[in-house]
Ligand binder design. Sequence first.
Ligand code: ATP
Ligand code: MG
Length: 300
Amino acid sequence: MPVTSHLPGWTHTYSGKVRDLYVPDGSPSTAAHGDVVLVVASDRVSAFDHVLDPGIPGKGVVLTQLSLWWFEQLADLVPNHVVSTDVPAQVAGRAMVCRRLEMFPVECVARGYLTGSGLAEYRVSGSVTGIPLPAGLVDGSRLPEPIFTPATKAELGEHDENVPFETVVGVVGADTAATLRELTLAVYGRAEAIARERGVILADTKLEFGTDPTTGAITLGDEVLTPDSSRFWPADLWQPGRAQASFDKQFVRDWLTSPSSGWDRASDSPPPSLPTDVVARTRDRYLDAYERLTGASLTV
Ligand code: ATP
Ligand code: MG
């Protein structure tokens, strides 16, 4: 799916797997006092580090609206990058004008439950990013307390790598590392409680912070607490010891790894196009997550 070709007044600067960034025409190359950036969420969906075809209609709107809702829930805990939702008509609903931050090259992950790369690490070492955990935990186990398990940001197409806290100290300094950990766990704690009230388990989440060159403040950027950056599980179906049902692109992953896709994940070949029903069911999952968490419905 191509990047939205031209947005009047904005220059395209970057595209990740899901989002496209624009700066106002004529902006300098690095963030300076008062600069803004337009963060546009596309309908692109990625799985196993591949961007898939086709996209999920409405996904960009869901990610953006859910992030905006969460930023509000968290506003008293941490400053965020949102400036306005007054955006070009072509990207209405799926873009936000944000303060342009100097991003820290650290994925700030909080986990309250054990799964994914955390579980894989635990099975080898009994710890996650150097944090020792009790014996006997299984896929989906609740941890004794939430933990900060940072990762270094990988280049496009590469896996992020879990790293010990000391590595973050080496990259951003001891004070900033401590603040990132504290803010990440505070955001997780708040969000986990809100989700729980709505029958949803927030198993883990990934945040990205940056420095606001105008205020100097460590500021929450990127998207927050979406099904792309977090694992949300329906609480009534939670059962440690197996993979959990989840509000995300589970259908995409399940289909890609099933015999019906005919795709060999270990091969270099790109994944096949997604069938219509997988696209529709994935779209429903994203909308369902939005509605359960916010209690509002979304027309996309
Ligand atoms: P990946 O495809 O692995 O997710 P990515 O994280 O680089 O790579 P996206 O998430 O699609 O790609 O793009 C969002 C990018 O915008 C990220 O690089 C993120 O760090 C950056 N970003 C988010 N908010 C801001 C901000 N306020 N100022 C500057 N950069 C930002
Ligand atoms: Mg990203």
